[in-house]
Design a protein around this ligand. Structure first.
Ligand code: FAM
Length: 436
């Protein structure tokens, strides 16, 4: 069979068998320990979650379906004429099915999304009625949630569908939601920043990213390529980060994919998660104002020192898991070197990549002194004239949909039960401590 659904229909029964086997034979095996710190410290690093689509290795980097991100980017088929990047459509095929798509298979996903891309009028009316002061991320959350009357999952569930079939409806809803996201996001952008000026027409000659960029009013070929790359790089990051976990958690209540994605975006909107890319640009802007576009190494080091002395962190540096330069930073830098190496912002980011780690290492406490994904994305978006910082997290969110919804389909396929960990009061924790 062709297409993602056919591939899933073949693979899911096999994976279910495997799962059942693991559960029956090894379900009681202990693979971790829970400390008091785990309970009160955000469950950091606890081996608690299941994720089939992607994984992180602290030294080797990020894997999508067992393939290093840089190989994923190199191998995804180039679909449009003249493009240098693979497509997010192909990436979604990989994340859901675990298989690298052929060119034709990636094109099929594009066709599917074009077919499903028209946003119901009532949803666009709701977006249009929003006050401009509502943050673009809050608008994205509202818009995704309000699409819930479209849910085939809700309809099937209400009619008493079999549990074994839930994934099929989760798949349909996810495909429809992803297909609609460029129009939803571009409408938010037009309303908040361009007095409502902008197209909402889906052009069937363009792919998902091409349509998105054109609707944003930025149809330049290289920017579309950047968008393809950006959408691939930000898609998936295991299942323990806030946006992925929020989607999964809400999904286990059998809330539909529109609501689950909305919850995911509420989490991405936080300053410790999706908002960090914005802070990098704020910091770089301050730096350029203070010491200019072409400062000496000494001036840069002093500016970095002053930031640290002021009690602030260097935004875009460090990572909770990775212990080397974030591959997503490297891939964006490779793009920048190909397309806009003379851009002053790009030059600065590239120079800082050498200088900041040396300074951070001297603090003797930073677990990872190297840049993360957020250190680079802003200057690239600025270069192509997407200047509105408040919109950057929406781009991240559109991309993240690919990962969290792939995970959601698999959660329904494997019958992930409702999440319900046990909680303890401080009195109970003290009792544990006294008993230990
Ligand atoms: N600049 C200065 N100090 C830093 C630092 C940085 N970029 N990164 C870590 N440290 C400090 C950190 O504040 C801590 O100091 P204290 O013990 O005095 O509190 C110490 O180094 C150890 O922290 P860590 O173990 O290296 O980092 P964590 O795992 O606790 O936190 C980050 C990881 C990403 C939150 C942290 O590195 C940070 O705040 N970075 C800057 C902000 C940033 O870029 N966030 C975006 C992360 C991105 F990947 C994303 O989620 N979108």
């Amino acid at each position: 069979g062709k297409g993602i659904k056919a591939k899933l229909a073949k693979k899911i029964p096999i994976e279910r068998e495997k799962f059942l086997g693991i559960k029956c034979l090894h379900g009681q095996k202990i693979i971790g320990q829970i400390s008091v710190n785990s309970v009160i410290g955000g469950m950091r690093g606890l081996p608690l979650l299941f994720c089939e689509t992607s994984s992180l290795d602290k030294n080797k980097g990020i894997y999508y379906r067992g393939k290093l991100l840089k190989d994923v980017c190199a191998k995804l088929p180039r679909v449009q004429e003249g493009t240098q990047e693979g497509t997010p459509e192909g990436c979604f095929f990989l994340l859901t099915t675990g298989l690298m798509p052929t060119k034709k298979e990636a094109q099929e996903v594009t066709k599917e999304w074009l077919k499903r891309g028209s946003v119901p009028r009532y949803c666009l009316r709701m977006i249009d009625s929003m006050d401009k002061r509502v943050h673009p991320m809050a608008q994205l959350c509202a818009a995704s949630a309000c699409l819930n009357p479209q849910s085939q999952f809700v309809e099937a569930y209400t009619k008493g569908a079999r549990r074994a079939d839930y994934w099929k409806y989760a798949y349909e809803d996810s495909m429809n939601l992803i297909a609609m996201l460029p129009t939803v996001a571009a409408s938010i952008y037009a309303n908040v920043f361009k007095d409502g000026e902008g197209s909402r027409e889906v052009n069937h000659k363009e792919d998902w990213s091409g349509n998105f960029c054109r609707m944003l009013g930025l149809p330049e070929k290289d920017f579309v390529d950047l968008m393809r790359l950006y959408m691939i790089l930000h898609a998936d990051h295991e299942s323990g980060n806030v946006s992925a976990h929020a989607c999964h958690l809400v999904g286990t209540a059998l809330s539909d994919p529109f609501l689950s994605f909305s919850a995911s975006m509420c989490g991405l909107a936080g300053p410790l998660h999706g908002l960090a890319n914005q802070e990098v640009l704020v910091w770089l802007t301050k730096l350029r104002k203070a010491i200019g576009d072409d400062p000496s190494d000494e001036e840069l080091k002093k500016f970095i020192d002053d930031t640290l002395k002021g009690g602030q962190v260097i935004p875009g540096y460090g990572h909770a898991v990775l212990r080397d330069t974030d591959p997503r930073f490297v891939l964006q830098n490779e793009f920048a070197m190909k397309h806009c190496k003379d851009d002053p912002g790009v030059k600065l980011v590239t120079r800082l990549w050498k200088i900041i780690p040396e300074v951070l290492k001297k603090l003797n406490k930073v677990a990872n002194p190297y840049p993360n994904v957020d250190a680079h994305s802003g200057v690239l978006l600025q270069h192509y004239c997407l200047k509105e910082l408040k919109f950057y997290t929406v781009l991240f969110g559109v991309s993240r949909a690919l990962g969290v919804l792939s995970q959601l389909i698999w959660s329904r396929a494997l019958g992930a039960p409702i999440e319900r960990p046990k909680s303890f009061s401080s009195t109970e924790i003290c009792r544990f401590i006294n008993e230990a």
